[in-house]
Design a protein around this ligand. Structure first.
Ligand code: ADP
Ligand code: MG
Length: 415
């Protein structure tokens, strides 16, 4: 991590991708009113590129000569950054390409990463133009941090990378159904939520995850002995893994004394590395996932419920400008915050939870139906033949899906 611009003897060169259709269609006007002058005054030589269609940005960064650029910045919603990240990781030189510092300026209707960066900077919550100004200042400050990315595997074999979220059920449906209200901006999520509440559905499927512990973590904590906790607490599956220190993480048998009401943990594990993992596509290899048609590694926790209102994996604090879903999340902790809401929750209780999410108060609400756990990887197998799964707010192929976090894989200009 460090400062970007100060140690250059030449002007800083920024590729700025603006999606003129994002949000209420105002991104270009916002650029003209706020951003252009700010960048010029900071001695940033930026090249404005206006995206013309979906996947334009993805193709541009996939083909670009990255030695020409000190940073690639998007001014849009989260969808455009998703394109940029996946474009970079599709390159043969992905390992170098993904180290290009990225930046975000909120110009869309879903500006979750921008809101998260603002939140990480410690400032009090703001919206719309104020959020844009805040992100503009953070961008000009030029402090670069590593950012976790999550590798996502779909049943067709497609692999993609995600910086924000994987969603199924209520939240995914709202996100996509509310696309038609895009012209009204972030309010679309509120309206979509009310519509979906009146016809609340149950989503059936199987969910399993690898709990987050310090072992087996590639981001620097690897090989560290974690504190041994022999006191089985009935409610905290993530705190209970206990294993000896070892030079070969993931290989030893270890014991898990978790007996959560919600979870079933298989006790003895075999070495995952003795079985075939799935490492053929571009990007860094996944070390925790087995092919979808193979049984789960036995150190995974299988959630016993199969009836959900929503399942949401989050790796940033905000899911939208006014949705503080994972208050504890940071850019570079190698943790996936897994949330699910069990079926059986009343409409009014769900509405209360959703309202509490605005300030991140839902976890303190003590709702029996809401579960939050920290994981490194997960597998979700919906039972219904049709439905919506989103990655970073974009629809992906529906069906079984797996995810694994890659700590600090990308670089982001943040506060
Ligand atoms: P929003 O938050 O408003 O949804 P996004 O950044 O998520 O903003 O953009 C939405 C979609 O618009 C993305 O999938 C992106 O690929 C697509 N897109 C980019 N440029 C254009 C364009 N010129 N016309 C239409 N769609 C575009
Ligand atoms: Mg979007």
């Amino acid at each position: 991590d460090g400062m970007l611009m100060s140690d250059l003897s030449r002007p800083f060169r920024m590729m700025l991708l603006v999606n003129p259709q994002s949000g209420k269609g105002q991104a270009l006007a916002l650029y003209n009113s706020y951003i252009q002058q700010m960048l010029n005054e900071t001695n940033v030589l930026h090249t404005l590129i206006i995206t013309e269609r979906q996947n334009h940005a993805r193709e541009l960064v996939r083909e670009a000569d990255l030695s020409q650029w000190d940073a690639v910045v998007i001014m849009s919603g989260d969808g455009l950054l998703y394109e940029v990240i996946n474009g970079l990781l599709e390159r043969p030189d992905w390992e170098e390409a993904i180290r290009t510092p990225l930046g975000v300026l909120p110009g869309g209707s879903g500006n979750a990463l921008a809101a998260s960066i603002h939140h990480y900077s410690g400032a009090s919550p703001v919206r719309s133009e104020e959020l844009l100004l805040s992100c503009g200042f953070l961008l000009c400050k030029g402090l670069v941090s590593h950012m976790d990315l999550v590798s996502i595997r779909l049943s067709s074999g497609t692999r993609l990378f995600s910086f924000l979220s994987l969603a199924w059920g209520f939240i995914a449906d709202v996100d996509i159904e509310s696309e038609k209200y895009r012209h009204i901006g972030a309010v679309r999520f509120t309206i979509g939520t009310l519509v979906r509440l009146t016809s609340l559905r149950i989503y059936k499927g199987r969910l399993a995850y690898l709990p987050a512990t310090e072992y087996c973590n590639k981001g620097g904590l690897r090989n560290k002995m974690i504190q041994c906790n022999n006191q089985a607490s009935p409610l905290s599956p993530t705190s209970l893994l206990c294993r000896p220190s070892s030079d070969s993480p993931c290989q030893n048998t270890f014991y898990n004394s978790c007996h959560s009401n919600n979870s079933l943990t298989v006790r003895r594990t075999e070495s995952i590395s003795s079985r075939s993992t799935i490492n053929t596509l571009p990007g860094p290899p996944d070390s925790m996932l087995l092919p979808l048609d193979q049984a789960l590694p036995s150190d995974w926790v299988v959630v016993q419920e199969e009836d959900f209102v929503l399942v949401l994996a989050m790796y940033q604090s905000h899911l939208a400008e006014d949705l503080l879903m994972a208050p504890e999340a940071t850019l570079n902790d190698g943790i996936i915050h897994l949330f699910y809401i069990r079926a059986g929750i009343s409409r009014i209780a769900l509405l209360r939870l959703l309202l509490a999410m605005e300030k991140g108060a839902h976890l303190a609400a003590n709702c029996q139906h809401l579960v939050h756990t920290k994981v490194r990887a997960l597998r979700l197998e919906p039972f219904s033949p049709k439905g919506i799964i989103t990655v970073d707010g974009e629809v992906v192929e529906y069906g079984p899906v797996q995810a694994e976090v890659h700590r600090g894989l990308a670089k982001l200009i943040s506060g």
